[in-house]
Ligand binder design. Structure first.
Ligand SMILES: *[C@@H]1O[C@H](CO)[C@@H](O)[C@H](O)[C@H]1NC(C)=O
Ligand SMILES: *[C@@H]1O[C@H](CO)[C@@H](O)[C@H](O)[C@H]1NC(C)=O
Ligand SMILES: *[C@@H]1O[C@H](CO)[C@@H](O)[C@H](O)[C@H]1NC(C)=O
Ligand SMILES: [Zn+2]
Length: 518
């Protein structure tokens, strides 16, 4: 009985004659060829890329024949490029099982007790084809692809059991010191699959990032493990538990080596996920009955649309994204218009299938948004980085905002009665959290500054009040006083009750995103 390790590799394998007992023990336990390589700590990637039947093993009673077969499998390779290792497996009793273990090549292989078949039939050209087909079906635009594998938690337990099984021998041979030194299933998977998937996709750069939850192979650009958080923790819990449990206790509850599984691990769906793309711009809102975000109370929609939906709909369809996440530099009330240069906003587009847009295409997209509704308009629409998005929120409180309020006065007023307001500069307000937002914000007093004001007389009960304020000033409360919760307020200044009838945001002085030249 002979086992030949025949590997196409420029580097010599670290496998030595002295590893023989370990290999023998692993094969006898029902490990697949690639798992044998893993536990022998073979870090030569090419070794794993060999079809499993080549990497460990030919079972034969004829030494010479076996060698001939092996050699004839890749006659084009110069002999010095091959690392060849012969191991006589003429052991006594494990021989039978060992023979079974290496009979991978006849297509009637058993399922590996450690990797549950993940490094056997689930790791090869068929699976690579499945992955690439899923990627192609998604019709994505991308340059690089990240392969990501989620593994069942059970695998950790089997790995642990197998490690305990050969720990003594492995340590004696000085191959590895810890379980962590063993090549991980996901590592081996990556080494094998990357090239295959890249080839199927016509030379796309494939890199691998691996997480362990369920067995799922996920793709493009980057895998975002937003889903299945619970399962991640489950596996984490398993890993933690395995670290804690003393070997003796583990062995009482779990067979060592692990038992032969009845079937191999079955692959779940291939999920493709493109990294988010970020889009920014500025919006105008010309409507006094449009909330910024969908207005839903007790599960019931109060307004048919919203700023974010009007902006997002054309963008989502252009980027063929699954969803979005909208944010803006402050927000206006449903009845407040945003005029001037508009309010900066940014959107995270989730799983976009199209991600490359020229300047002209972005302009067209902007036009589509502009034409889709009279209620909003968008300018400076552009693709930005995730990092750049942070600039919008940065120092937001320090920025200034300009408003125009239509004010009603109880007392009749003359032009002269209000003109003194034009001379007020840097008025500091103490604003208690407004009653209207008290249900969702903590009670606090904040100080805000009104840098300057200007008045435009309308009639004996109305005037326009222009304000330039620090961001975050509650304008409505400054005008009506909020039952004395804002101090000072316009009622006090004018010595009469005042109320706000209309409010417009004239400018949001945040210098991001940069203007897009026409
Ligand atoms: C294998 O070949 C060598 C010479 O190449 C020969 O001496 C040996 O007897 C052969 N072994 C068997 C089992 O045929
Ligand atoms: C949306 O953005 C917020 C804040 O940046 C983040 O916490 C949240 O996870 C995002 N949601 C999605 C679905 O990405
Ligand atoms: C969209 O509307 C805004 C605001 O009126 C304007 O500045 C911008 O140029 C328009 N863009 C296109 C492409 O129509
Ligand atoms: Zn295996």
């Amino acid at each position: 009985m002979l086992v030949v390790l025949l590997l196409q590799a420029a580097v010599m394998l670290p496998l030595k004659e002295k590893d023989k007992p370990i290999i023998q023990k692993l094969l006898a336990a029902g490990c697949c060829a690639r798992c044998v390589l893993r536990f022998c700590c073979v870090s030569v990637q090419a070794a794993y890329r060999q079809p499993p039947e080549d990497s460990v093993g030919q079972d034969s009673t004829d030494e010479n024949k076996s060698q001939d077969t092996a050699a004839s499998q890749a006659p084009e390779d110069p002999p010095n490029k091959r690392a060849k290792l012969e191991l006589s497996m003429a052991g006594a009793e494990p021989e039978e099982e060992a023979a079974t273990a290496v009979r991978l090549k006849d297509g009637n292989a058993h399922v590996c007790v450690v990797c549950l078949g993940i490094l056997q039939e689930l790791c090869g050209s068929i699976q690579a084809l499945k992955v690439s087909e899923a990627v192609k079906a998604g019709n994505y635009e991308f340059d690089t692809l990240v392969l990501s594998l989620s593994l069942p938690a059970q695998l950790c337990v089997r790995e642990h059991s197998c490690w305990l099984h050969v720990k003594k021998e492995v340590r004696e041979k000085g191959l590895v010191l810890n379980k962590d030194d063993v090549i991980q299933v996901k590592e081996a998977f990556k080494w094998i699959m990357q090239g295959m998937v890249a080839k199927e996709l016509g030379g796309v750069a494939v890199v691998t990032k691996v997480s362990c939850t369920q067995l799922a192979t996920a793709c493009p650009d980057c895998f975002k493990p937003t889903k299945n958080k619970q399962s991640v923790f489950t596996r984490m819990a398993v890993v933690k538990a395995l670290e804690k449990i003393p070997d003796a206790k583990f062995l009482k509850h779990y067979p060592c080596p692990p038992r032969q599984p009845s079937s191999s691990c079955s692959p779940r769906e291939v999920q493709c996920l493109h990294v988010s793309v970020f889009v920014a711009g500025r919006y105008n809102k010309f409507c006094r009955s449009l909330p910024q975000t969908p207005w839903v109370i007790d599960g019931e929609r109060r307004m048919e649309s919203s700023v974010e939906e009007l902006i997002a709909a054309p963008i989502l369809s252009a980027f063929r994204a699954d969803g979005f996440n909208f944010s803006s530099s402050g927000r206006e009330d449903v009845d407040v218009r945003t005029l001037g240069n508009g309010r900066p906003f940014a959107m995270e587009l989730l799983n976009p299938h199209k991600s490359r847009f020229s300047k002209v295409q972005m302009k067209q997209l902007q036009e589509t948004i502009n034409e889709s509704s009279d209620k909003i308009k968008v300018r400076d629409l552009q693709i930005v980085t995730r990092e750049a998005m942070g600039r919008m929120k940065e120092g937001e409180e320090e920025k200034t905002k300009s408003y125009t309020a239509l004010v009603w006065t109880q007392k009749t007023i003359q032009r002269e009665d209000i003109s003194f307001i034009d001379n007020i500069k840097d008025l500091t307000l103490n604003q208690k959290t407004p009653l209207r937002v008290l249900h969702r914000r903590a009670l606090a007093v904040r100080q805000r500054t009104i840098h300057s004001m200007s008045t435009r007389f309308l009639d004996s009960h109305h005037f326009y009040l222009g304000l330039k304020t620090q961001a975050g000033t509650y304008i409505k409360e400054f005008v009506h006083g909020d039952f004395g919760r804002t101090n000072p307020n316009l009622c006090q200044l004018l010595k009469t009750d005042t109320d706000i009838l209309e409010l417009d945001v004239e400018s949001v002085d945040v210098d991001w995103p940069p203007p897009v030249p026409e």
